[in-house]
Each structure stands twice: as structure tokens, then as C-alpha cells.
Write a new protein. Sequence first.
Length: 468
Amino acid sequence: MNVMADTLVNLLLERAQESPDARSYTFLAGGKESESLTFTQLHRRARAIGARLQKLGAKGERALLLYPSGTEYIAAFYGCLSAGSVAVPGYPPRVNHNLKRLESILNDARPIAALTTEAIYKQLRGRFEESPALARLHWVFTDQVPDEEADAWIDPNATADTLAFLQYTSASTSAPKGVMVNHGNILHNQMLMKEAVQHDRNTVVVSWLPLFHDMGLISVVLASLYNGVPCYLVAPVDFLKKPQLWLDAISRYGGTFSGAPDFGYQLCIERITAEERANLDLSTWRVAFNGSEPVRADTLRRFSEAFAPCGLRRGAMFPCYGLAENTLFATGRFHDEPTSFSRGSLELGHPMPARGAQSTQLVSCGGALLDTRVVIADPASRGRCGEREIGEIWLASPSVAQGYWGQPETTEHTFRARLTDNDGPFMRTGDLGFLHKGELFVTGRIKDLIIMRGRHIASQDIEQTVEG
């Protein structure tokens, strides 16, 4: 289906008009269908929730989402956009876990409302004493909002430049930062993904990825809406307990597009038995994307070999590179064979193709697509790096987000970078990599790099050696 809409609000309306009775999202609990929404039902639910937020005066304000995986979260996300509010995806803190990350997001985003279910609210209410910021919020139990409230909805007149949501970074090395993503960023990023993987009206999406995370939200939830295709969701906790449920869902529903970080594929290799594999039909699985973590050539090979007898087609593996600051997707390509480089040349920052005991295999994440630009820059001098010269990955694209919420100086440094020849602006990713024959190879994070006697050693290489 073609996309004419300039916002997700208008896109949801288009899908409801074009395919009113088609399934949009179906949630599986323990492998069985438990919740499902047609595009018409989703559209009405979103307007009802949006109308409730508009009554609270939430247009232009932030609204925190605290849900377990399920269709209620999806309806609430679209409800925020329908209200003209800025969604702040989050997840309910687990029992006996501290509220540090949630408190950090609350203090930064300063939402006026929190959307959740009545059951989750009852769990959180007992923790209000340790988090006064939680107690001050207007709480909306979306599972108690009747569809009839949709009749009071008012068009927020959103545009491509309207802020849609704040995607908080994982904060592994610093406090989480809210990446400001507008409607135009999302729609452009969906166009990039469609170009890369060739989504069409026969696409069927299956996923276990957490919905509050950008990989699950954008590559799964929003991609399903953008392409007007059905999406089947497995709870992340169900997948972790029993990885077979993910591949069972692909087999049962004829999934064509599904993926995970590298560890998800490793879990399947290690924990799905030969007897369980015998019942799988993965012949429809056309795009098996692998991102969010370093993509290991060994994982791609082992997974392909393990599930080839189940019909998994050769070349279905799709390594990709992305980050929240670029909305999500930056580059990707269907995998054929990894490229071998000498270890010594990688440590010296000038990778050279090589074979033998002193080489290591790296996976290409593809080249720039459409109007995206990828350059490699010296992070200190801002000079342009040459072919097969390791430096910082810089991106220029309409997918690049608007900056970090409430952090103008950090935004200027990260999102407005220019090369010494004044080419730009570019977004600095903080990731290291190099270009080889026009394709991107990611080698690590700048903050994780260990420099010893002139050798540049990525921490992930040490971790993989120790693990081996």
C-alpha cells in the first residue's frame, strides 16, 4: 500500500478506511491468541484515548506509557499521537527493582500524564512514597476508557514537524537522554526500511521484541501500520522462557519479516531441540533482521545451518545498523558471506582483507540508501576518513531526529557536526566503523575502545574471546 499521509495520525485513518476489517495487531500469550484489533478498532481506540488526553489539556505535553506487552500499549501510543501529545514509551518497573531509570525519565521529560492499565496502576501505587514524581501525574487507565469517547476527539492538526515521541536511550554509559522524534522522521525511516527489505502487501510481521524499545516500536509496530500489514506479537518474557514460541508463530502465521538482536538467535540455536525444529516451517521467512547488538558472523552461519532443514531460505539473514538518534534504521543488507580482515590491521585502524589464522570475520551492514549519507570521520579532528580507515560513523538523513530533549549543547555537538571541509550537518553516532567497497562495517563504540601501545582493541572482541 502506498503512503500519502504526512503524519501517523492521518496514516492510521487511511488504514482504517482502506482495510477496515483487516487485522492490525494480534497478541499471543503463551503461544495462543489473546488480543486482536482490526484497523478500524485500533483507530477508534486511539481517538477515544486521545480525546481523554485532550480533556486533560495534554496537547503538546508529554505522556508516559507504562504497559506490559499487548495491544493496549499500542492503542495508547497511537492515542497520544491522536491527542497531539508527545508519547514517552516506558515499562513498569519490576517488583523489588529500583525506580532509578524511571525517575530519571520523569525528571527529564516532566510528563503531565501517565497512561497504563488499572492492574498496573494498583501495582505501582504502593511505590508512590519512594517516587513523589509518580504520585503527581494524572493517571489514565486506558482499559477503562470507553470507545464512545472517540466522538469527542478533536483533530490536533499535527504536521510532519510535530514531535511524536521521546525515545529514551539505553543509558549504558550515562543518564538516559530523550531523543526527539517527529512524524516526518518516522515516515522517512519507514520508507528507508521498505526500500531495504522490500515490504509489500504480502508482508506478515512476527515479533517478540519489547514494544517500549525503538527496535520493537519502529521496526515492528510502526512498520506494520506503515505497510498496512498484520502483526503478531509474542510477549518478550514468553520468548525468553521458551524461544521456540517465536519460531512457532512465524511458522503458524507465515511470517515474512521478523528479527532480533544477536542474542535472540543464539538462544534459538542453543535451546530449540532437533525434535522441536522438525515441526517448524520457516519457508515464508524472507527477512530475518539482526541488529541492536554487534552482529556476529558465527551466529548468522550457525542459525542458517541449524534452521535450513526447517525451510529457512539461504540469504534471509539481514544484518542491519541503526540507533535511536536516527529514528532507528540506518543501513542493512541481505547477508551472503562475511569478509575476513587481518586482526593486526584492524587494531591499527586500517583494515586489510586477509585470510588465515590471524584474520577475523566481519559482517557488512550494507551501504547508504535513498537520500541517506554515511561518512566516516576522525572523531578528534573531524577530518574525513578514507576507504578502510576506522573512524566515527556519521549520518545525514531526514531520519535523523531533532536532538535530545532539554539538552541544547549536547544536541548541537551530536546532531550538528560538520567535517573540516564544512560538509554537513551530520549526526555523530558514537560508533566506530569503516567503509569497504561502499558498505559499512561496524567495529565498536568509541567509549568502549581500549587503546594499548598503539593498538585499538574493541571491548566486544575481548568479551567474545573470553566467552569462547
